[in-house]
Write a protein that binds this ligand. Structure first.
Ligand code: LLP
Length: 393
């Protein structure tokens, strides 16, 4: 903190590598590609760390694609997901040669076909099906139910595949499905896979060959005391069902979540008859998950403080919103000036941060063995409005 200031995100290169390799190695000899979901943490140093060990990438925008390329990742190891790919995004993805488009609607299929035609090329596609299974997770991060906006109803997928098969500008490759995030049991994944495999059989009968299954991301991590999925058992259970077909996975949180922390400083302590508030320099604009999903992040003191005030503290930020809290009711001994670490903040931490209340976005640091590197500078006040202008008159 003395070097980089506060608040701050800190990531561990070693943990990112270990988490990705756990997925990769669980496959053994089975054909597979582990495509890290860039949205979880898109810092170039994170992407570069993963590119160097052979990761593929799951992207949802041209911005993410360009980040992957800038970080040394390969386009032909990228799968392009997302419900609203623009014409420009599709064109660019075709030009650089992404591995596959995960198509989420009939109109998107038409759009991809038209752009492939204009470039006189073939677009590799998978259809993202919605298997209508309950991922048993927070409703905001559940995606595999009929009520969600994602994917194509599994019962309508056959028609779309037939259309794709008949097009000279589309090349059917795979079948895709992603049912949600922070899933802590294997059974919803296996239920979804069973439905997907029934469709693969029907497709085969109609002469449509599927060469990979993209089973999405969603593996949950430990934030508190939950039990979560054993990755080896999960991968092996899937391999047992699919035969020889290649499997693509898109883990985000499970790769970077536990590999990052958010550091914040206690600015003031404020106690009234009912509540003890620790007012910290970090806020909901820096780490949105607690306010947005009521998510739990463990809080640890950076240095033990036995002379502080022992209480059950709410950690609240400087933002003018009652919902601006990072943690509630934590038994800690605190003094003004203490540093605290919010654990498991490597996924959907920095990437969901904003400039709300005109707060510069925080710095990011990566620890590599006994070295530490600044991998994103703290924004300056000038950065906040350098591209704005006033009108004359
Ligand atoms: N693939 C697709 C198509 C996705 O939509 C997602 C996440 C992933 C892969 C990666 O899922 P993961 O392995 O990270 O669970 N902001 C929320 C999480 C939103 C997840 C959105 N999609 C949070 O902070 O909990």
């Amino acid at each position: 903190m003395a070097v980089y200031g506060s608040p701050l995100y800190v990531y561990s290169r070693h943990d990112i590598e270990r988490n990705w390799l756990e997925f990769d190695q669980a496959f053994g000899q089975h054909p597979h590609l582990v495509c890290y979901a860039v949205k979880a943490n898109s810092n170039l140093a994170v992407l570069n760390t993963l590119a160097k060990i052979g990761s593929g990438f799951d992207i949802v925008s041209q911005g993410e694609l360009e980040r992957v390329l800038a970080a040394g990742g390969q386009a032909n190891r990228c799968v392009f997901s997302g419900v609203a790919k623009t014409k420009q995004e599709i064109k660019r993805a075709l030009e650089v040669g992404v591995r596959c488009f995960n198509v989420e609607s009939a109109s998107e299929l038409d759009r991809i076909e038209a752009i492939a035609k204009s470039l006189n090329t073939q677009a590799p596609i998978s259809i993202r099906v919605n298997p209508n299974v309950d991922a048993k997770t927070h409703p905001y991060i559940s995606t595999g139910l009929k009520e969600n906006k994602f994917g194509v109803d599994i019962d309508d997928a056959m028609d779309l595949y037939q259309r794709a098969q008949d097009s000279e500008y589309l090349n059917v490759q795979g079948l895709d499905c992603h049912i949600g995030s922070q899933i802590t049991e294997v059974s919803p994944f296996l239920d979804a896979l069973d439905k997907v495999l029934t469709l693969v059989e029907q497709l085969n009968k109609n002469g449509i060959e599927i060469t990979h299954l993209d089973l999405g991301g969603g593996v949950g991590i430990v934030y508190d005391d939950e039990r979560t999925i054993d990755i080896k058992a999960y991968v092996e259970a899937m391999i047992a069902k699919v035969g020889n077909i290649e499997i693509i996975l898109e883990p985000g949180r499970a790769v970077v979540g536990n590999a990052g922390i958010f550091i914040t400083k206690v600015e003031f302590l404020k106690q009234n008859s009912e509540h003890s508030f620790a007012i910290i320099d970090g806020a909901m604009n820096d780490l949105l998950r607690p306010s947005f999903y009521n998510a739990y992040h463990q809080v640890l003191p950076v240095n033990e403080n036995s002379n502080g005030i022992q209480a059950s503290w709410d950690l609240v930020g400087p933002i003018c919103e009652t919902g601006d809290f990072l943690a509630k009711d934590r038994d800690l001994s605190l003094s003004q000036g203490d540093y605290l670490a919010l654990m498991s903040a490597g996924a959907y931490g920095f990437t969901m941060s904003s400039n709300y209340n005109s707060r510069p976005r925080v710095a990011e640091v990566m620890v590599d063995g006994d070295q530490h590197h600044l991998v994103r500078e703290r924004e300056t006040i000038q950065d906040l409005f350098y591209n704005e202008s006033i009108i004359n008159g």
